[in-house]
Design a protein around this ligand. Structure first.
Ligand code: ZN
Length: 188
């Protein structure tokens, strides 16, 4: 899954109109042709109209109508909102582990800018290591997919992806390591 040549970046907007304008501005700067993926048919049509109306040529607005279940949407929200390495987050989502922050995403670059040492980037809280099997009081067995900023995202067999506060789960004792070692799901 890891394609290290691709630069990953997220920009957040509070207003739909701002996002729309920023997308159009950004397209101006990029090499053409390219693909623009949007979430809805309505977006596809509005971008296509504006791009076709002489703003730009040679750009195709492509429609991506992928059925995504809710837990996946939650994961994408986590990807967008994480302050950790986005590539580590994505690879974790696909069950792959990247040992060190990649240095080629916007959050890694932001960290480099403030000159953090490697030690600062290392997560030494190993109560729930990545890829370890855990058991939740209500949601049953799952696998730790990512951790940052005191939160962990767990893929539960029955419930899909859930993001939990490590402090809260430790305090309430709702989550524990499952016996049987890493990567193996506990029975029941
Ligand atoms: Zn990164």
């Amino acid at each position: 899954m890891d394609r290290s040549n691709l630069f990953l970046r997220v920009r957040r907007f509070h207003a739909e109109g701002q996002k729309h304008d920023a997308v159009l501005d950004e397209i101006l700067e990029l090499d053409k042709p390219g693909l623009l993926y949007v979430a809805t048919r309505e977006d596809t049509e509005s971008y296509a109209t504006e791009l076709r109306d002489g703003v730009l040529r040679g750009v195709e607005a492509a429609e991506s109508r992928i059925r995504i279940d809710r837990s996946r949407l939650e994961m994408m929200r986590g990807y967008a909102e994480t302050d950790g390495c986005r590539r580590q987050y994505l690879l974790g989502y696909f069950g792959d582990e990247l040992e060190n922050p990649c240095g080629n995403c916007d959050t890694c670059r932001a960290r480099t800018d403030v000159d953090l040492t490697d030690d600062d980037l290392t997560d030494d809280d190993d109560a729930f290591p990545l890829q370890s099997a855990v058991l939740h009081r209500d949601w049953g067995p799952g696998i730790v997919m990512s951790k940052e900023d005191g939160r962990t995202t767990v893929l539960f067999d029955r419930e899909g992806y859930k993001t939990l506060s490590l402090e809260a789960v430790a305090g309430a004792k709702v989550l524990r390591r499952a016996r049987g070692g890493d990567r193996s799901l506990p029975a029941g």
